[in-house]
Design a protein around this ligand. Structure first.
Ligand SMILES: [Zn+2]
Ligand SMILES: [Zn+2]
Length: 324
């Protein structure tokens, strides 16, 4: 399996400002120290050696993660996604760029919840407009379809949901039940969040990916902790809502429905997970701040590891790919 991140930001999309881009370019020029490059390709090779925050950015699209089956399932034009945040738009464009408007394609979209940042990419998902395509939207909320329809209803959007040309079906799942969908064993789990959210555990050929965003963890409940340890158990990859620092999560932002990097480390260690990906970044955080949280999380993991195998830590960015 391969996880490809199309949107990693929480709450609302953000973009680098002109001043921030200028700052990065100036930093890169300083680090280059007068070197010259014969062409763009050589300069890009050099840029790849610079610190991530100098040469790149974590990006600003909201939640959308693709799971690509390796080898692909029986139908190569079958796609699996978690959430339909603004990252869904570049995903749809990439599919069109690869295959053109050829149909049919089947898109399986697993929804954590219908908060706006998780559905806002849908009206801009071009494959939904193309007859012949099939969209299967899964979730545990009974009002999921209504939320999708409402964001495209007047006066909020010019194109009504009924105008979409693809064959679109909403499929309600029950938390705690196991399903076999698109070549994956899928188990949804209820999470603590305003209006509820659901995480998903995906299993295929011995590999496990957990998608767990918009989830607040109160570690004072042993029962709740235990249920998440079971949910994350032995996972190769845990995509985790680490929107806040621990200090924020336990003080000002308690009950805001999100979690911290520290809780992610603790739960992953208890569960024997292998790779923790910090996800749903706070939109206020600049690249340097997210990189700082990533480094701080790695230090914490090393300090608390004891005899357990190392837990790999990454901060998700738009464009990140992880092979399992
Ligand atoms: Zn969110
Ligand atoms: Zn939410």
């Amino acid at each position: 399996m391969r996880a490809r991140f199309w949107g990693t930001r929480g709450s609302l999309p953000v973009a680098l400002t002109a001043a921030e881009v200028k700052h990065k370019v100036a930093q890169a020029l300083l680090l280059a120290g007068g070197r010259s490059f014969k062409d763009q390709a050589e300069a890009e090779t050099y840029a790849a050696t610079l610190p991530f925050t100098t040469a790149q950015t974590f990006g600003g699209n909201t939640s959308c993660v693709e799971l690509e089956l390796q080898p692909p399932g029986k139908d190569a034009h079958e796609y699996i996604l978690c959430d339909a945040g603004s990252g869904l738009r570049p995903f749809g464009n990439a599919v069109l760029a690869r295959h053109g408007p050829k149909t049919p394609n089947v898109f399986h979209i697993f929804m954590s919840h219908p908060h706006w940042d998780h559905i806002m990419g849908f009206p801009f998902f071009t494959p939904a407009y193309i007859p012949g395509n099939r969209l299967r939207i899964y979730g545990c909320h009974s009002g999921l379809e209504e939320a999708f329809r409402r964001q495209q209803a007047p006066p909020s959007f010019p194109v009504d949901f009924d105008y979409l040309g693809a064959d679109i079906e909403f499929i309600q799942l029950e938390p705690g039940q196991r399903y076999d969908i698109a070549g994956l064993r899928v188990t949804p789990k209820l999470q603590l969040h305003g209006g509820d959210s659901y995480g998903y555990r995906f299993e295929r050929q011995g590999k496990v990916v957990v998608y767990s965003t918009d989830s607040e963890h109160k570690l004072d409940s042993a029962e709740e902790t235990e249920s998440f340890v079971r949910f994350f158990f032995g996972a190769d990859l845990v995509i985790f809502d680490a929107m806040y620092s621990l200090a924020d999560a336990v003080s000002v932002k308690e009950d805001w429905g999100h979690s911290s990097n520290m809780v992610g480390v603790e739960l992953c260690q208890l569960a024997g997970a292998r790779h923790l990906v910090l996800f749903h970044h706070e939109p206020v955080f600049k690249d340097a701040k997210i990189a700082e949280i990533e480094a701080e999380t790695r230090r914490l993991e090393a300090l608390t590891r004891q005899d357990a195998p190392q837990l790999t830590i990454s901060a998700a960015y738009d464009g990140l790919e992880i092979d399992l």
